[in-house]
Design a binder for this molecule. Structure first.
Ligand SMILES: Nc1ncnc2c1ncn2[C@@H]1O[C@H](COP(=O)(O)OP(=O)(O)O)[C@@H](O)[C@H]1O
Ligand SMILES: [Mg+2]
Length: 331
């Protein structure tokens, strides 16, 4: 299978009433652009373009879908709509805001509020590069993840699971507020059909039940929260669940981390990362109860921003309900 990235749309291109400023990121399933709307407001546009199924060369706008992949390309497009629909149904200050959705170039585009900042992954990498210890302070972890957990509870209340939580999908605004991105793997819990679930889960952050055909639930995202906190502490993801089943070294890491973090926080991570889904906290609420109530309130969420200079945030998104549009177009 080809590994070369697809060509991004050219800067300055007008598309669906937006103007492309530049490409932000290229992933296996999509390309994300910084763009502006008709009022000159900044937006982010995510273009559905799975590299394994469709190719686009320099200077082209339309991708070419390999004939043998037409069906899968359409199924993936449905998942992409699902992501948009899931996000549009959720209006939460810590979930990326979906503003619009349109079809063009024989594919689909999701328009989001443009967030300024950087991903938690980038934040960890920078601190690792500087050799800072502890990598992310316990106080920062507690503040940021208290908000991540609150947000995730809201997501679960809507009968959705994120299923791809990891530092690369947790974005930090300039003031350190975390925003959940990338609901590409999100599914309506009640309608989960494992046989059609295709996203590439990230080893280390994915609970073992994502690899086996076992029931998924809030506990599946709880595993990924534990894995993401672990990465903030060590700078690396945990061993993959598959590897852990063969030869589990996690206890060695936990002992090492006891020099830098409280036993209580390590216990929370250890419990979240339990391989048996039934022995794990069953809900985010169960996990929150274990986080010691501290004097730290969300109002002091400047801690991560203070850890280093995250660019300042500017929220440009407008609230809008797009569910009817998704229902019309997502067929
Ligand atoms: N709304 C947004 N505002 C600013 N940057 C964004 C936004 N959405 C995505 N990005 C950037 O694009 C990257 C990839 O987006 P993501 O939704 O995670 O797609 P992928 O499925 O390719 O992982 C993010 O890590 C972030 O840097
Ligand atoms: Mg992502």
């Amino acid at each position: 299978m080809a590994t070369q990235n697809n060509a991004a749309l050219p800067e300055g291109l007008e598309l669906g009433g937006y103007r492309i400023v530049k490409k932000i990121a290229v992933g296996g399933f999509s390309i994300v652009y910084h763009a502006t709307d008709q009022n000159g407001q900044d937006v982010a546009i995510k273009e559905y373009l799975p590299i394994a199924l469709a190719k686009r060369g320099e200077g082209q706008l339309m991708p070419t879908v390999m004939p043998e992949h037409t069906e899968l390309f359409r199924l993936g497009m449905k998942f992409f709509f699902d992501e948009g629909r899931a996000l549009a149904a959720l209006t939460h200050p810590n979930v990326v805001r979906v503003l619009n959705f349109f079809r063009a170039n024989e594919t689909v585009y999701m328009v989001m509020g443009y967030e300024r900042g950087r991903s938690l992954q980038e934040h960890i990498e920078r601190r690792k590069h500087k050799g800072v210890k502890p990598l992310v302070s316990e106080r920062s972890i507690r503040i940021a993840f208290a908000q991540v957990m609150d947000t995730l509870r809201e997501v679960h209340t809507h009968k959705l699971l994120h299923l791809d939580l990891k530092p690369a999908n947790i974005y930090l605004r300039g003031d350190g507020t975390p925003i959940l991105l990338d609901f590409g793997a999100a599914r309506q819990t009640l309608h989960t059909d494992l046989s059609t679930l295709h996203p590439m889960y990230t080893p280390g952050y994915a609970a073992p039940e994502l690899h086996a055909k076992r029931e998924l639930g809030p506990w599946t995202d709880v595993y990924s929260i534990g894995a993401s906190i672990f990465c903030c502490m060590l700078g690396l993801p945990p061993q993959s669940a598959i590897e852990r089943k063969r030869d589990d070294h996690m206890e060695t890491y936990f002992h090492e981390l006891e020099r830098l973090y409280s036993k209580e926080l390590i216990a929370l991570v250890r419990w979240s990362l339990t391989l048996d889904p039934l022995k794990r906290p069953q809900s985010v609420y169960a996990l929150q109860k274990m986080m010691r109530p501290t004097e730290l309130s969300a109002a002091t969420s400047t801690q991560i921003a203070n850890d280093s200079s995250v660019p300042q945030a500017k929220d440009t998104s407008n609230p809008s309900s797009l569910l009817s549009r998704f229902r019309r177009q997502g067929r």
